[in-house]
Design a protein around this ligand. Structure first.
Ligand SMILES: Cc1ncc(COP(=O)(O)O)c(C=O)c1O
Length: 515
């Protein structure tokens, strides 16, 4: 198939390519996106060529050779960028063409498609600013991927925190005054990293944050993992770049109809160096990106460019209807208001007395899994792919499940990660690489955590490397487990033990302490 195939790109086409243009009525591309999406076009051609050439003796990776005889259907549809969507020698140009189209759509002058999620994007952006030892202003409600980005890059966080809504226990935005104060106290800081919208859809004053960062001569970098759909309808807030940010990372696979792992990293290069951005991006990206994932990002971008406004309007209407319906249920509330991303549905259960895990179990049994459920909160994800009837069916199923589990109203428990004020003892990188030991969690209070521990979702660290372990934190993490929640990344998932930084006087002189 593909190593001899040079797929034709609609704009900037290969002059040596004499093949016919792609079939505009291909049922595999129901909206005809291929004419504006070079990677999608290449994917359609390459997969069609595959079925035409049958069992050709392809001598390049992937090892399944497009044959399903050994591992079965699980590898069907997998096609790499290199020697898949185009020849190894030409595929970069094809990818660059698609990335430039995305840069234009988002008003960026630099864009890369990642097959490793916003996780990779966050880490690339951390590697793109400053030098090891430099400070950066960062929201403490960051996703674990950015925290590990700080470890990789050796950056030292100056934490800023969101306000927490006392009624719901959920985070609001980080106030601009908090960022300004951090910048004033740390004049050597090299960048400001914020997450917006938050995991529960609260949005902040990004323009105000951009002004604060820019007055200090620094880039504002935004983890907009959940917000790839923002900015294409007047009913949505502008996306982070339009609000003034210098860079944003967003998961195409979360809010857009793209393959799992697909993400975009976008930047304006007034305050960021494009060559450094490229180096940072490539440092931890695979050299064998999945062409199917990349083509789906390209397709989602073309969809937004063509139909973004209409699909956004449908999404906004469906979510508004669901909010009205849910808010009419006695005791039930939804997050709403000018500081809430209007496409996000966040359901607050405390007033109904129903436990989120029980409701979630019913939803799973009904084939309607949600993104997140804890005792007091359920976060279903509604996207551009949802028809109004999908949302309505879900809403009615949710209401019925809540009614079956209705009980005495309670006060919501504030989310563990949102209000945390960590006591930082060591920079994350120093703690990550420090000699460490495993101690009973009951005896860990007063020690410095060597590991990252986060209830997931949302994946916001409750303990980060370098932070003081307290009895309250241990008890709160165990309470999450006891309540049926998932606590991720701890070396001991039962939380009977924790990994802490070895104290010099206790470290084993023979060097036997685990590293
Ligand atoms: C705020 C935030 N940033 C980054 C990520 C990582 O995204 P991905 O799963 O695309 O790697 C997540 C994942 O949920 C997230 O919630």
């Amino acid at each position: 198939m593909t190593s001899t195939v040079a797929p034709k790109v609609p704009d900037g086409a290969d002059p040596h390519d004499s093949r016919d243009p792609g079939d505009p009525s291909d049922p595999r591309d129901p909206r005809g996106l291929r004419s504006g999406a070079p990677l999608l076009d290449a994917w359609l051609r390459a997969t069609a060529a595959d079925s035409a050439t049958g069992d050709a003796a392809r001598m390049s990776i992937p090892g399944h050779k497009q044959r399903t005889g050994l591992t079965g259907a699980v590898v069907a549809g997998d096609i790499p960028l290199y020697a898949g969507l185009d020849t190894i020698k030409h595929a970069d140009a094809l990818l660059a063409e698609a990335e430039q189209r995305a840069a234009r759509l988002w008003g960026a002058d630099w864009c890369r498609f990642s097959v490793a999620g916003s996780t990779h994007g966050n880490q690339a952006l951390a590697l793109a600013v400053g030098r090891p030892g430099d400070e950066v202003v960062v929201s403490r409600t960051l996703h674990r991927s950015l925290l590990l980005g700080l470890v990789l890059a050796g950056l030292r966080p100056v934490w800023v925190r969101p306000e927490v809504d006392p009624a719901s226990g959920l985070p609001r935005a980080v106030p601009v005054t908090a960022v300004r104060a951090a910048l004033a106290a740390h004049p050597g800081a090299r960048a400001v990293f914020l997450g917006d919208p938050s995991y529960v859809g609260t949005t902040g004053d990004l323009a105000g944050h951009a002004a604060a960062a820019h007055e200090a001569g620094l880039p504002l970098i935004v983890d907009a993992a959940w917000a790839a759909h923002l900015g294409f309808h007047p009913g949505f807030p502008p996306h982070a770049l339009a609000a003034g940010a210098d860079a944003m990372v967003t998961s195409a696979h979360k809010a857009l109809p793209a393959w799992t792992q697909g993400a975009l990293v976008l930047a304006r290069t007034d305050r960021l160096d494009p060559a450094r951005l490229d180096r940072a991006f490539e440092a931890t990206h695979t050299t064998s990106p999945a062409g199917t994932i990349l083509a789906s990002i390209d397709a989602a971008r073309e969809l937004l460019a063509r139909d973004g406004e209409a699909l956004s309007g449908r999404l906004l209407a469906a979510v508004a209807t669901a909010r009205t319906r849910l808010a009419a249920v006695p005791g039930l509330a939804v997050l709403d208001g000018p500081d809430i991303e209007p496409g996000k549905l966040v359901v607050l259960l405390a007033g109904t007395g129903a436990h989120g895990h029980r409701v979630e179990a019913e939803l799973i049994a009904a084939g309607m899994p949600v993104e997140m459920a804890d005792r007091d909160t359920i976060v279903p994800i509604v996207t551009l792919a949802d028809e109004p009837e999908h949302v309505e069916r879900f809403t009615e199923t949710l209401v019925a499940a809540i009614e079956r589990h209705r009980s005495a109203p309670r006060h919501p428990a504030p989310g563990l990660a949102w209000g945390l004020v960590p006591q930082v003892v060591l920079p994350p990188r120093d703690a990550f690489f420090a000699p460490h030991e495993t101690v009973p969690a009951d005896e860990a209070a007063g020690r410095v955590s060597a590991e990252l521990v986060a209830p997931y979702p949302p994946g916001v660290p409750v303990l980060a490397p370098g932070e003081l372990v307290t009895a309250d934190i241990v008890a709160a993490l165990r309470a999450v487990l006891a309540d049926g929640g998932r606590v991720a990344y701890a070396a001991d998932p039962s939380l009977r033990t924790l990994q802490v930084v070895s104290e010099p006087e206790r470290s084993d002189p023979s060097g036997a302490a685990r590293r």
